[in-house]
Structure formats: C-alpha cells, structure tokens
Ligand binder design. Structure first.
Ligand code: FES
Length: 79
C-alpha cells in the first residue's frame, strides 16, 4: 500500500513499488487528463509535476514518488 499526494489530496494505492505512475493516475485515480502517448518518455503527453519538477509519468515508478507531491493537469486547472 502506498500513500500518494496528487493535486493536494492524499490517496492510498494498493500495488507494488514498480507500478508506473501513469497507470496509477489513469486507472486507479481516474485522472485521465494525463495522457498516454509513446510510453517511452519521449512525447511528453504524460507530463506531470513532482515536487515542482517536470517528470514523465510513464517513466516514474510509484515507489519513487510515495513521499512526493504530484500535480496533474487537473490540479493545475484548480490553481
Ligand atoms: S507517454 Fe510519451 S513521454 Fe510518457
């Protein structure tokens, strides 16, 4: 079980540490504003901010962001 902060809201996600952040956002949290494109870190359609830094969600494992804050396009629209 991982706790993850997305758009200033805490979520608990039951998965292994190597699950890809993009899958968690789209499939578990239903935040489909983060898009799947190339799935290899090139196109940028899956871009999110993690602790204020631009990252490709298709290349980030959930275990690497468990302590961080993720901001998606849905979160940006609330700012
Ligand atoms: S899906 Fe293309 S960079 Fe992530």
């Amino acid at each position: 079980m991982f706790k993850i902060n997305v758009n200033n809201k805490e979520h608990s996600v039951s998965c292994t540490s190597d699950r890809i952040l993009l899958d968690v956002l789209r499939e578990d949290l239903r935040l489909t504003g983060t898009k799947r494109g190339c799935d290899i870190g090139v196109c940028g359609t899956c871009t999110v901010l993690i602790d204020g830094k631009v990252r490709r969600a298709c290349k980030v494992k959930i275990g690497d962001v468990a302590e961080g804050k993720v901001l998606t396009i849905e979160g940006l629209s609330q700012v």
